[in-house]
Write a protein that binds this ligand. Structure first.
Ligand code: SF4
Length: 223
């Protein structure tokens, strides 16, 4: 099933992929949005066809004030069914000494718990965001706790220019930090504005060698 669908979906528009996802998985589908980047494009598309689908928002406790304010504004405007996720403990400034473990506690663990309720997970990962994301497919078969989890990336083949064209043409609001030099926005201790010529995600964990929080790898099948 996955191979047949993956092939058919690779030529659909992101809106078409969203519609297929809703029709296929219904209430077993969830979208994750950080309200820091292109996820608002998917949230906007979803609001047009199925605003009742759960939107998972990972509140690490260390997001920018601008992100919290923008999330509230966006959700109020589009009437999304947002579910806030929180870490089960506050590890303090663990990001200073062990950012991988900090991301596990603040991001991966709460997401893993939440995703147990769903069969399919939609996210805004794109191939052009970074070399670590260059092999992203629209439809991927992942695994969580020994069961299959379908991962859906409607924007896999869109580039930054297409994302911004959609935002502009549809007057979609976006995080105000994106107008202040930030090109990818996560927790404030691990995010800086990028400089001209830098990659979109080079302001994340800058100077540490870390490039991903682990959210998009922990469900990958090992074989
Ligand atoms: S991005 Fe930084 S502060 Fe946020 S969870 Fe990861 S290490 Fe911790």
């Amino acid at each position: 099933m996955i191979v047949r669908c993956a092939s058919a979906l690779s030529t659909r528009t992101p809106q078409g992929v969203i519609e297929w996802s809703v029709a296929t998985f219904d209430s077993r589908l969830a979208l994750t949005v950080s309200f820091g980047g292109a996820g608002v494009v998917l949230a906007h598309m979803l609001s047009q066809v199925a605003p009742w689908v759960p939107v998972l928002f990972l509140d690490t406790g260390l997001l920018f004030e601008e992100t919290y304010a923008f999330k509230n504004e966006f959700v109020g405007r589009y009437g999304l069914n947002v579910i806030d996720l929180h870490p089960r403990e506050d590890p303090g400034p663990l990001y200073e000494t062990n950012p991988d473990r900090c991301c596990e506690i603040r991001k991966v663990e709460p997401m893993a718990v939440a995703l147990k309720e769903y069969d399919a997970w939609v996210s805004a990962v794109r191939r052009d965001q970074s070399p670590t994301r260059a092999d992203t497919e629209v439809l991927e078969l992942h695994e969580l706790d020994g069961r299959e989890l379908i991962k859906i990336h409607p924007l896999a083949y869109w580039d930054r220019e297409k994302v911004w064209r959609y935002i502009t043409e549809n007057a979609v609001p976006y995080n105000p930090l994106l107008d202040r030099g930030y090109t990818s926005i996560g927790c404030w201790p691990c995010t800086r504005a990028t400089r001209p010529g830098e990659g979109e995600r080079e302001g994340r964990w800058s100077g540490t060698g870390k490039t991903e929080c682990g959210l998009h790898n922990f469900t990958r099948k090992s074989d």
